[in-house]
Ligand binder design. Structure first.
Ligand SMILES: [Zn+2]
Length: 132
């Protein structure tokens, strides 16, 4: 059951098997340098042997416990609300464990410019269902 008017199929209260997992959002402004072309990036932390880790080879076998979505105001400030929504949903799905893909431009997980996709597309939904 989803709230009236919402088509996004994410249930934010059960995102992992670990209780109290959370996503935090940060803004930064980077207009030059190697990251000036980045809309946003996401860092995901998981717990392995009692220690929070990210970037380890076993990441995909571990539940996430904490995610940070970092939003570049320099780029996002020029976009429509719909495109910003697409990018933020895309980044949140990275926290859930979904990866970029480069073959379907109408997928929420397309790794290049998103085309105002604001739903969790069937491909992404299938991955979520298989993980959780
Ligand atoms: Zn991505």
């Amino acid at each position: 059951m989803y709230p009236p008017g919402l088509t996004n199929r994410l249930n934010l209260y059960h995102t992992t098997n670990i209780q109290k997992a959370k996503i935090e959002f940060y803004q930064y402004y980077q207009s030059s340098g190697i990251n000036a072309g980045v809309n946003a990036y996401t860092v995901v932390f998981r717990k392995q042997n009692g220690v929070y880790v990210n970037g380890v080879s076993t990441m995909n076998s571990l539940d996430w416990v904490y995610g940070e979505v970092h939003i570049n105001e320099y780029r996002m400030g020029t976009y429509s609300n719909v495109l910003r929504e697409s990018i933020i949903i895309h980044e949140m799905l990275h926290v859930y464990g979904l990866k970029d893909q480069y073959y379907d431009p109408y997928s929420i997980m397309y790794g290049y410019t998103l085309y105002n996709v604001t739903d969790v597309t069937p491909d992404a939904n299938a991955v979520i269902n298989s993980k959780y």
